[in-house]
Design a protein around this ligand. Structure first.
Ligand SMILES: Cc1cc2nc3c(=O)[nH]c(=O)nc-3n(C[C@H](O)[C@H](O)[C@H](O)COP(=O)(O)O)c2cc1C
Length: 153
């Protein structure tokens, strides 16, 4: 069996500094997503970015050095602030398939955000990593299923 490098996962929460009510709010968000997708593809990072219009929660998975290097760049980005690590650990396998999947809180997925209790949790100090992971996986499964892809976990 071929040897594999150590995989790492970082989950963090931050306060967005982009203003979604501003005329260019969506463009600012799209710029973050486009750059991130390109760079993550290059570094073989898989990621989910949850955004409730106030807070970002991101899950980053990949080779340990790539994840660390990417996270350092993210921390220095002035489009958000108060970056707070929720979990940082080594993992055996990835749970996500996209270089970066953005899930904005919208009326159509409000039910999922509420089900996993993320809405209230984001505004409190303690975030449960299981809830973040559960919500991200449910949203991913929904998106993939629409494309006819069913992941076996
Ligand atoms: C909420 C948020 C999430 C981001 N996620 C990523 C990411 O997953 N990967 C990445 O390379 N850059 C991400 N970025 C962008 C980086 O902060 C940085 O702007 C980008 O990597 C380009 O870095 P450079 O200007 O040093 O080349 C994110 C930025 C924000 C605000």
């Amino acid at each position: 069996m071929s040897s594999r490098t150590t995989l790492s996962r970082i989950v963090y929460r931050s306060l967005a500094k982009i203003n979604m009510s501003a005329p260019d709010g969506s463009t600012q968000l799209l710029n973050i997503v486009r750059t991130s997708q390109k760079r993550n593809e290059f570094s073989v990072i898989t990621s989910v970015l949850l955004f409730d219009k106030t807070f970002f929660v991101q899950i980053l998975e990949g080779d340990k050095p790539a994840v660390h290097e990417t996270f350092q760049r993210i921390c220095a980005d002035d489009r958000h602030k108060d970056v707070e690590i929720v979990e940082w650990r080594d993992i055996n396998r990835r749970d996500f398939v996209s270089s970066l999947a953005l899930f904005e809180r919208r009326p159509e997925n409000e039910g999922q955000f509420v089900k996993f209790g993320l809405s209230e949790m984001l505004h409190r100090k303690r975030i449960k990593v299981g809830a973040v992971q559960g919500l991200a996986m449910a949203l991913q499964a929904e998106t993939l299923s629409k494309r006819g892809i069913e992941l076996f976990t």
